[in-house]
Design a protein around this ligand. Structure first.
Ligand SMILES: Cc1ncc(COP(=O)(O)O)c(C=O)c1O
Length: 422
């Protein structure tokens, strides 16, 4: 980036919002992007796990162009449009909750989780919410309150909404077992809250910002059974795990455990702002008239894009391609773990893979500086990646699910070389 460009950014946006990539992007095509200096990158950041169907997927573009010939906005609560109902219908059909479900559409992940929690409190008439350490749910106040990662999301921004408690999330590599996590939930229910005044558990099937840590099926089943026993609702935050990321349409399909309410966002509309709350109809219908809503939620353009995304899943057999990618990525990253002392763990569902970087495999000391150096090496060789985790030492792969297999291999090759040559 030229000094002028950087200066313009610094003059106009808050310091806390200065981008990581030091170059304006000018063009994207599926898994590739180009910057102003014509550098080409494989985009394994994917707009932060948003571009599941890639940059400018033709099916998404066509639907958006068609919609733009008709109208650009209607507030759904006043003037309904078909695109929104079709998206809701498709999510109801695809989300694996057995009971009849209904879907409410909003703009962002944070807005979805806010609404899921609002609906759970309203329906149960209870106030306590139990979320998890390491969880990330967004930047609005309730979402920050639910978030279990202080730096950089919460530090200095308090006070946060009351009646939110954080339990341990299972983390096998760091010896937090499923049993310890469940004990921690039970401890909160026994000692910190009135169990009969507890509305919901809010949990990610795999931590995203918290370090790409998958929870086990056993843990989720046990959590669900505690929820059922105590009339507590189970909310899955599938903002990051949804839309093919875990190898199936939703994380719930992958783990075979279903919640009462789930959120989705990120990959839902190919880069257009849209998010969803899907839940059992009995719960969703308990809210009084106009008790939930959103001016821009269910934008007809975003919904047209979302219908394009669903077409990619159906007509291009995207889940099958995703599974092939996940196998290739797992094989390569696990081989690399045998070769490099800096890789402590390779984990995750589907292509939602995280590589935990350590100073050495015996001490397991988090290696944030090494991770940042690897990321920098990758960038210099044409592969974009970012880190995550409480210690910032996990490198995560968030590339499009539509990435051709030769580009998946190219990305893995760059990653391997960047790790080996560190
Ligand atoms: C699991 C999860 N929930 C919620 C959010 C917040 O989504 P948004 O940034 O669209 O508000 C994110 C964003 O990364 C997320 O990963």
């Amino acid at each position: 980036m030229s000094n002028n460009d950087l200066e313009t950014i610094k003059q106009n946006v808050p310091d806390a919002w200065i981008p990581s990539l030091d170059s304006f992007i000018v063009k994207g095509s599926n898994a590739e992007i180009w910057d102003k200096d014509n550098n080409r990158y494989l985009d394994y950041v994917g707009g932060y796990a948003v571009l599941n169907t890639g940059h400018l997927n033709p099916r998404v573009v066509k639907n958006v162009e068609d919609q733009l010939k008709n109208y650009s906005h209607s507030c759904f609560a006043f003037a309904p449009h078909e695109n929104a109902v079709k998206v809701a219908e498709q999510i109801n059909k695809r989300y694996p909750i057995e009971e009849h479900t209904k879907t409410f559409l909003v703009n962002s992940g944070a807005e979805a989780i806010e609404n899921a929690t609002k609906i759970a409190r309203y329906h149960t008439k209870r106030k306590n919410i139990i979320a998890f350490k390491g969880g990330f749910h967004g930047r609005t106040y309730l979402a920050m309150g639910l978030t279990g990662k202080d730096n950089p999301y919460k530090n200095g921004f308090g006070p946060f909404p009351e009646f939110i408690h954080h339990a341990e999330y299972p983390y096998a590599y760091r010896d937090v077992t499923d049993e310890m996590a469940i004990d921690s939930v039970n401890n909160i229910l026994k000692n910190k809250v009135d169990i009969d005044d507890t509305a919901a558990f809010v949990v990610e099937i795999q931590l995203g910002e918290g370090g790409y840590i998958p929870s086990s099926v056993d843990f989720l089943e046990e959590l669900k059974s505690i929820a059922i026993k105590n009339d507590i609702l189970l909310i899955f935050d599938e903002v990051q795990t949804g839309f093919g990321r875990t190898g199936e349409m939703f994380g719930a399909n992958t783990v075979g455990v279903t919640p009462d309410i789930a959120t989705a966002a990120k990959g839902i509309a190919g880069g257009f702002p849209l998010a969803a709350v899907v839940g059992k109809s009995e719960i969703m219908d308990s809210i009084h008239e106009a008790g939930i809503g959103s001016t821009f939620g269910a934008s007809p353009i975003s919904c047209a894009a979302a219908l394009g995304v669903l077409e990619v899943f159906d007509k291009d057999d995207l889940l099958n391609h995703t599974k092939k990618q996940a196998t290739t990525m797992n094989e390569s990253l696990n081989l690399l773990m045998n070769e490099s002392p800096f890789i402590g763990d390779v984990r995750g569902y589907g292509t939602m893979l995280g590589v935990e970087i350590v100073e050495d495999q015996d001490s397991k000391k988090p290696g944030k500086e090494i991770a940042l150096k690897i990321i920098d090496n990758c960038k210099n060789n044409g592969l974009l990646l970012v880190n995550c985790g409480l210690e910032g030492n996990v490198i995560r792969f968030m590339g499009p699910l539509t990435t051709p297999l030769d580009q998946v291999e190219e990305a893995l090759d760059i990653f391997n070389k960047s790790v080996i040559n560190i």
